[in-house]
Every structure is written in C-alpha cells, then in structure tokens.
Design a binder for this molecule. Structure first.
Ligand code: ZN
Length: 136
C-alpha cells in the first residue's frame, strides 16, 4: 500500500465536497438573485415600466419562465432604468408640488383616493382600484 493509495481518495473526496459546496453556493446565490429580480419586478409600479419604455408583465413572465439570463438582465440593465423613472418622477413631484417637470409622458394625474400616479389611459387606479374620472 503506497501513500498515493491513501492520499488519493482523501484528496479526491475533498475536491468532491468542495465542488458540491461551490455548486451549492452558486445555486443558492442564483436563487437569491432570481428571487430579488422577481420581487423587484413585481413591486415596481406599472408607470415606472412605461416611463422606462418597458413592460411589467413581460419582465415578471421572463423572470419566472426564463430566470437565466433574464433575471440578470433585469437586475443589471432594466432595474436601473425603472429606479431612475421612479426617482425623477418623485423628485419632480416634490419640487413642483404635484405636477410633472420636464414631463416625458404619463403619469400626469393621481388617484383621488390613495394618491397613486395614474396614467391618462387608465380608467381605474392601479393601486386601489378606484375609478378615475376621465378627462374630456
Ligand atoms: Zn388609488
């Protein structure tokens, strides 16, 4: 019995365990990223997608059906645009007392019940379902 006969299997199983741990870490990390992308895509309001030139339903579906690479694309390419759309909207609301500044499209109106920004094309509030009076 040589040293190699003893050391070989030990090193081999060590690498095996290491590989399993790495695969585990990658899959757990991937799962967390995926969950993050999914929750983030669901919680972003419709109008943020519209302002960013994107589609909420599309991205939720992509995150669920094609997690790789769509969740990564969402997190690194789409999410930033949505965040910008939301933050420019909120800052414009804050600085002008309710109206749109610089205005590139909707939302220009707000739900009378909960204050949610409502796109002119919507007949109902996307947040609370309140019917929105249509402008003439
Ligand atoms: Zn509402």
């Amino acid at each position: 019995m040589s040293i190699a006969d003893v050391v070989g299997p030990v090193v081999g199983s060590g690498i095996g365990i290491l590989l399993i741990l790495m695969v585990l870490a990658v899959s757990v990390g991937g799962f967390i990223l995926w969950l993050w992308a999914l929750i983030d895509s669901i919680t972003r309001p419709d109008w943020a997608y519209q302002r960013a030139g994107s589609n909420k339903v599309l991205w939720i579906l992509l995150n669920i059906l094609v997690p790789f690479p769509c969740s990564l694309i969402y997190l690194f390419a789409v999410r930033g645009g949505l965040r910008d759309a939301q933050s420019t909207f909120y800052t414009s609301v804050g600085s002008s007392g309710g109206g749109m500044v610089g205005g590139f499209g909707p939302p220009a109106r707000f739900c009378g019940r909960c204050g949610w920004p409502v796109s002119p094309s919507n007949a109902f509030c996307g947040n609370c379902g309140q019917a929105i009076a249509q402008l003439p």
